[in-house]
Structure formats: C-alpha cells, structure tokens
Design a protein around this ligand. Sequence first.
Ligand code: GDP
Length: 482
Amino acid sequence: MENATIAAIATPIGRGGIGIVKISGKDAFSIAESIFKKSGAVTSDSGKKREPSFASLKSHRLYHGYIVDEGKGTVLDEVLLSVMVAPRTYTTEDIVEINTHSGPVVLSAILDLVLKKGGKLAEPGEFTKRAYLNGRIDLTQAEAVIDIINSKTEKSLEIAASHIKGGLKKKIETIRGVLLDILVETETAIDFCDDAGDVFNSEKTIEMLERVIIDDLKGLIEKYENAHVLRDGLKMVVVGRPNVGKSSLMNRLIQEDRAIVTPIPGTTRDLIEETLNIHGIPVIIADTAGLHETDDPVEVIGIEKTQEYISDSDLILFMVDASDPLTVEDENIYKIISNKRLILVINKWDLVKDDFKLDIPESWNTLPQIKISALYGRGMSELKDLIANLSIGEYGIEVQNKIIPNLRHKTALERTLQVCVSAVEEIRKETSFEFIAIDIKEAMDSLGEIIGDTAKDDVIDQIFSRFCIGTVSYTHLTLPTN
Ligand code: GDP
C-alpha cells in the first residue's frame, strides 16, 4: 500500500496552543474536503451562499474553518488548514496540515475522522521516508531530520543542519563522480584491450585515487573519529573509591550544565544518565556505583553495571582525594581503567595548601591532571576546558559547514577506502582491468549506501524506525469510541 494516503498527529501529544494533524497522499485533499468547512462562504451567481470548492484553494496558503464530523453533526474544533499541492511539498505528494488546538482528545478525534475517511495511520518516520523514496532528499538528509529532532546542544544542531542542506550528500556524489570517470576508463580499456594503454592512464588513475579519493575518504573518517561526539555525545563516568567526592562533582556538573533534553525512549540504560552541555558537547554522565569489593548481591550488580559502563565510556574522570594519602584501593581502580582515556581529578583541594603536591605513582604522571574542589566549585571551568579539549580538540572551535559522518557513514567510508587502496595495488601490479573495475564498482556501491542509492531495505527500515512520531504517539492514546 505504498500509495496509500497517510495521516498522523505531527506534534507532541499534550495540552498546548497548537497541534497538527498531517495528511499526505493522493487523497489528502478529498479527505480534508470531507471534514473541513471553510469559513466565509462565497455568494454564487444565484445569490445563495455556498461552500467554496476545495480545488479552488491556493497551494501553500492557510485557510480558516471548522472540522466537522458530519456523521454526528458535531464541530470538533476551529482550525487553520494548510493546503500544499504536489510536488513542492515535504513528501512531494499532496499534503494537508490541520492546525487545531492541542489536546490529546481533540487531536485523536480529528485523526480518527481522517482515518475513517480513508487515511492510513502513518508509521514512525513515514513522511520523511516518502520524501526519501520519492527522491526529494537522500538518506543522509533523512538522518539529519532525526538528528535535528534529537540534537542535545547547539553544536550538534549545527552539524545536523549542515547535513540537511545536503553537505555530505554533495561530497559523496563528488567522490562517486570521480570513481565513475575511472570506471568508464577501465571499462573502455576492457573493450579495447589491444589499445588499453591509450585509454587507461595508470599513473593518472593512481594519482586520482590516492590524492583525491583516498585523501578525501580518510579526511571524512578522521572527522568522525574527532568530532562525532558533538552529535552522538561523549560518554563520561566519574570513578574513584568511596567518599572521594564523585557524587558531589556529578551534582555540581548537573546543576551547572544540564542540557535541555527530554528522555528518548530506548536510550535509557539501567543507570540513571544525565546529559550535560560542556562547551557544546553533549556529555552523557551516569550515576554509577563504586568499584570496590563487596559481597552484597545488590551492590555486586551495581558494580558489574559500572564496569560495563566504564568499558563503553569515551572518557573517565578518575577521582582521588587530596586530603587523604592514596590507598591500595585507588591503585586497584586505576588498574581496571588504565586502558581508557582518563583525566586524573584531584578533589578536595580546599583542604590542602595551594602548593601541596599529592604523592602519586610515577605511571600516573602522564595523565592529564586537574585540581578541584567539588564542594566549593573550584577548578570547574578548567576541568570543563580539559574535557572539551580531550574530546574534540580543534573541532570544538567552529563546526559551521563541517560535515561530520555518523557511524553508519563511517563504516561505509572505511569499506570504500579499503577497496580503493586495493584498486591502487591492482593497478600497480597491472592486474586485469576486470578486477580493477570490480573494485571501483564496489567502492561506488559502498558510497551509494551512504546516500541511499544502493542501501538495502533493512538499513533503510532501521533508519526510519528511529523516528518516534506517527503511530507511536497515536497508539498511546485512548480514542473516543463513538
Ligand atoms: P562519593 O562517595 O565519592 O560519591 O563522595 P561524596 O560526593 O558523597 O562525598 C563524600 C564526602 O566528601 C561528603 O561529605 C562531601 O561533602 C565531601 N566532599 C566532596 N567533595 C569535597 C571537596 O571538594 N572538599 C571537601 N572539603 N569535601 C568534599
């Protein structure tokens, strides 16, 4: 039923000024016409008042009127209705948006009416999926829509916004264009094998592959490594023996820097996570149990979860107490976390003199260090600078117009890079042109997956399942039954 007309409540469910029911598809106008009574009837030639025909409404305009359930003879709400004629619309199909007052009952009653008139309830992300399937946007732009919705800081929003403008898509298309040129030359060489040397210039092709394509691919992969935390968030955890001040630091950070985020279903883990905004980086911090030895079964579970969280984390704040000599426990904790990226946080600096030097094992000297007082908030801005510097370095300064791939893109870029490197080797070894062509085609396909040209259905489904509007919000409602 790919061509069914779909409908959904497009705004969050709750009480508020405006809620929107969105309808897209070939029957959008006829469905809307059957439930909408436009205000200000026009005078006909015979002098009688009559409803204006829906077809006479202009595209991309708002019309005032009422949603009427004719079956029951009731008016459901006073609304503004927008009419958008295909193809200059979000989905490239005819679209009607009904701006109603926002309340769970009124929104679901109007949606219910739309469904009774022939609309099909949209699946999560289906409007954007249609925009993609109908060729208005590519897969990276569709992903940017979700990233914009889920942005945790202004910097993550900037990255998503540069993707929605098609920044990554253009870059991928340019690289694919160069690969296509190489493929054409390679296939021509296959066809004219006797004069292959005239049509295929090995040196020039290697130069193109190495200087243009491989360098570009490496650059993009590097950007992911360096800056993906701006979009995906940096997972950070405070680790240390009991009473060093972990909770005090967490509370202070949460108080000072909590990001404006609403919990996203499916992302909450067993531990309570908070998102901080540290110099634009969404930092996800968890309230973890300690790492000490214990026989208490409940504590054991907590400690196992902490260990799991530690192994997933991008950065660990390893906290020790300046007012108390280090113990074996501190050293044991260090052994568990020493393979991770660490900052040694020396807390309770207010209890010692400024020129105090804590006696630490020699192997810790290479760790970035910071002295703080979580209790009095001292050293906090230096700590945040250090967290930002260690996580994104130069990328923290300016991300405008920077195209930063996500994990899915990076995986495909790595595959492309691998086959391009192998193509260079094939050319150097003067292998048959058929093998070179296979590599180039494979590289083009991998890039095609990023923008969606060659993406498999399950990848596409998985991307759109990340949307949570549409069916999900609707099924949580109790619909009026009559
Ligand atoms: P946790 O067990 O590591 O989470 O430690 P807490 O945050 O619960 O702190 C343990 C004790 O140390 C509490 O009494 C805190 O008030 C105190 N504390 C934490 N940070 C500081 C600090 O920077 N200076 C001082 N003087 N006391 C602190």
